[in-house]
Design a protein around this ligand. Sequence first.
Ligand code: GDP
Ligand code: MG
Length: 598
Amino acid sequence: ERQLTLRNFCIIAHIDHGKSTLADRFIQRAHIVDDREFHDQMLDTMDIERERGITIKSQTVNLPYEASDGTLYRFNLVDTPGHVDFSYEVSRAISACEGALLLVDATQGVEAQTLANMYMALEHNLEIIPVINKIDLPAADVEGVKEQIEHELGLPADEVVSISAKMGTGLDSLYEAIVGRIPPPSGDPKGPLKALVFDSHYDPYRGVVLYIRVFEGSVGRGDEMLLMSSGARYGVEEVGILRMRGLPVERLEAGDIGYLIAGVKTIRDVRVGDTITSAARPAAEAVPGFRAVKPVVYSSIFPVDSNDYEELGKALEKLVLNDASLVYEKTSSSALGFGYKCGFLGLLHLEVVQERLEREFGLSVVFTAPSVQYRVRLRNGEVVTIETPDEYPDPSRIEEVEEPYIKATIITPDEYVGPIMKLCMDKRGVQTSMIYLDSKRVELIYEMPLAEVLFDFYDKLKSISRGYASFDYEILGLRPTDVVKLDILVNGKPVDALSQLVFRGSAAVRARAICRKLKDEIPRHQFKIPIQGAVGSQIIARETIPALRKDVTAKCYGGDITRKRKLLERQKEGKKRMKMIGEVEVPQRAFLAALKAG
Ligand code: GDP
Ligand code: MG
């Protein structure tokens, strides 16, 4: 039977443990890409992924594999991201697979996301193959890491496969383990169609492309399909497997992972997590979808040029197809005009959205201060949920405010425990446990406000531990807090896009940091510009940008006209990235920079 030679698995691991590198080796061995076309991190196809050296999107690739006994297998390999902001990508990949390769770096050992990812795979009953990677490095401690895998992950040490993804060593035993241990998919190819949409993207030529895992039945060109949640019907135009580009096939059957194109025009009909069935013979029930994503941080996006508002809406609609974790709704601001309030899974996610809007859609946008979700109980008994500073009620009406808390798990070599504890305390963290995992590695558990870890916690943790400490978190719930609304005034005008909700005890420090940052980022004008931080009517921080009379063409001595024009053009180009706040030109990047100041 066809299914028996099929293996669907994902590669999961902490960031940088070598997932994408291992995927490269698989791709090379399968000879599905010309040597000329091959390059490292083949599946990291987005520019941002290449530049940052991290995976943001899960990617699937279909690979033929001939075993030593001559059997021809087909693998569907899903490479996943490791950063905590993108764990929703991992969870969707997991639901399309029967197995997971859990990579552990031989020099780093088990880290915070190793655990988080393993639990996710276990929840979905995946067969987990523990893999120790980077055994070529002199600092590799294969035996020690094996012990960690057994004690900390509860996976038998004798099931561990040791490899070097970079050198390609140990791959044969890995292939054997995949074929031997990961079960082939089950599901009746003759049953009524049941396929899970686990991802999608917008292709300018083909429209909406759906990535599906077929669980029951089969689907092919010409079939009439039904999207179970919206009830929308479409004629299937093409199905295929994923060989770096789409490779059309006749039909996808139970067990297969592939793509489907059906001329879906109204993007609203499609939702990642939805089930596709056959219109003629519908399945009785849908595949269990995904846990709904809950944004942890909110920020509003405004076009730098107000005329781009409509375009921004269209761009978001398309972006959401490829990023199911992004949520948005319309909003407006007195300083910035019309825009969209968005929910993100973290600040890195927010940055990625900003970059994608700019690169993939050519838009220049401004983001307002990221905020967590607060719950406010008013004196009149009413309870309101607040996601942006402008929604914050007048303080005199407030009875109590609650903010989200997280449980943070930090794993670190013991020499960094002191500075990490100090950092967590500065971030209002309360330690709930500290255990030695082995003679050198410590696991610290803290409860702390989500708002405190959103900003620079991760970077600070990495820098004080020379990159060795790892961090993961889960949301605990809401707890009482004391917040104030911090307003920023530029040239005497409050800029609503720069307002933020902050812990009362941190307001002054934060206000000063933002004012300093804005002073650096806003160019001098022909008049003096005061920048102030205020809580209510009280000014708590102040900087001043001195006046400057600047004539860019002056240095041309009035002579060379083309040079003069070039200079003016360059200045005009620069203006496109400026947002007018009253009389003051504020560079687009100043907004995000100010918000990250701390
Ligand atoms: P990912 O975040 O898990 O996808 O990790 P990458 O595949 O991007 O790899 C992170 C870094 O580790 C890159 O610099 C790789 O070249 C390196 N790397 C991956 N596998 C190995 C290995 O087996 N040996 C060595 N020495 N380096 C490796
Ligand atoms: Mg990667």
